[in-house]
Design a binder for this molecule. Structure first.
Ligand SMILES: *Cc1c(COP(=O)(O)O)cnc(C)c1O
Length: 388
């Protein structure tokens, strides 16, 4: 997509200028593919920054989830429990392996998987003689899930957890970073995430065996022979040296990007939270969100407009926004999948919207967006002097 002048995008990437130096060095060393020095450096930088014991850099968040489930032995007919409120990349890898997703609703406080619903679902599946093979939990929009409780439940029933931290790089609870709560955790460095390598991902684990195994599987399960010898099926999932170089430059400024995104959230909140019927997702005690995207949920009866109206008005002003993720159990392609929960995810989808949150936005951009909300809100006396 070519950028249009004057347009405000949902989550544009932001570069420091250092990226090009890494790319140039990769070119100079004639090492742009999947075994250059930046790859291991990037992995080590991730290990140090987020205190993960082992990290394997891969070519996307989706492939990292696929590999995680493969390592856990998910296969034909196996059930995998997954948060319904997520982007489809979290759940499609279950299908790649011939598994069956079982969707679970969110809780109000984090918008992520409800621990009580999870436990109830596990009990039901076990009662039917089908113990789930794995659980996928997501930290949506940057907000950490309720890890203390989720880990308790997973441990009680001895089911491994995959943590989809694609949107929550740098988020934490206390001192522990998201991506390190699950048995396996994944990051995404796709184009509109908080930091980007163009396309890319990482698999994090404290299990040395899984680290070794994922390196091997991500390079077509090639055995160390003079000829190419294979005893099992692998994948071509490695990150390239160019991407890893860009990642090194991006990771160095993550702290700044998080601060910027958090200040964008604060600015929206300062200007919009006092409007009747407009709600913001707060951090529970001890939680720290990278605020990848600022989201609001409205009560249309009070605001006098729906999120569909807001999206259209923003668009007319050249401003991109996005509805919250449509729950997986409502997706046509997952029709008939089993779902356990109420209407929390459904309501968030109906009444929620993501506002532009890119770290490159300036106050004038945010005022433009805020003014559109004011213009629509029935309780705001529109003051034309405020319009930009
Ligand atoms: C972006 C994203 C992914 C997938 O990452 P890719 O790198 O795009 O494959 C997975 N899960 C969630 C929740 C995401 O937002």
């Amino acid at each position: 997509m070519t950028k249009e002048k004057g347009k405000i995008y949902l989550s544009s990437p932001q570069f420091t200028g250092e990226e090009i130096e890494f790319v140039q060095r990769a070119l100079d060393q004639e090492n742009i593919a999947t075994n250059g020095v930046f790859i291991r450096q990037f992995e080590q930088a991730i290990e140090n920054r987020f205190k993960s014991q082992h990290t394997v850099a891969l070519n996307s968040g989706t492939s990292s989830i696929h590999l995680s489930l493969h390592l856990l032995g998910v296969g034909m007919g196996d059930e995998v429990i997954c948060q319904t409120f997520t982007y489809i990349a979290s759940t499609n890898p279950i299908l790649y392996l011939g598994g069956t997703p079982v969707f679970v609703d969110s809780e109000e406080s984090t918008w992520n998987m409800c621990p009580e619903k999870l436990e109830q679902t596990i009990k039901e599946r076990i009662a039917k003689g089908k113990k789930p093979k794995a659980i996928i939990v997501v930290n949506l929009f940057g907000m950490p899930a309720n890890w203390p409780r989720l880990l308790e439940v997973a441990k009680t029933y001895d089911i491994p957890l995959v943590e989809d931290a694609a949107e929550s790089v740098g988020s934490k609870i206390g001192d522990q970073f998201t991506g390190t709560f699950g048995d396996l955790g994944i990051y995404s460095f796709n184009g509109n995430k908080i930091i980007t390598t163009g396309g890319g991902g990482a698999l994090l684990t404290n299990n040395r065996f899984w680290e070794k195994k994922s390196r091997y599987l991500s390079t077509q399960a090639k055995l160390d022979f003079p000829h190419f010898e294979h005893i099992e099926m692998g994948f071509n999932y490695k990150m390239t040296n160019i991407s890893a170089g860009i990642g090194l430059a991006q990771l160095a400024v993550l702290e700044n990007r998080i601060q910027k995104r958090r200040s964008i959230y604060d600015y929206y909140k300062l200007n919009l939270a006092s409007l009747p019927g407009v709600m913001f997702l707060k951090e529970p005690e001890g939680y720290f969100s990278n605020r990848w995207l600022t989201t609001i949920v409205i009560n249309p009866e009070i605001t006098g407009f729906e999120v569909t109206d807001l999206r259209e008005f923003l668009l007319k002003d050249g401003i991109e926004s996005r509805f919250l993720w449509k729950p997986m159990h409502l997706q046509p392609m997952y029709k008939g999948a089993s779902y356990s929960g109420g209407d929390i995810a459904e309501k968030l989808f109906s009444n929620g919207i993501c506002l532009p949150s890119g770290s490159g936005l300036v106050e004038m951009d945010l005022d433009r967006i805020i003014n559109v909300v004011y213009r629509l809100h029935k309780e705001v006396i529109w003051n034309s002097e405020k319009s930009v």
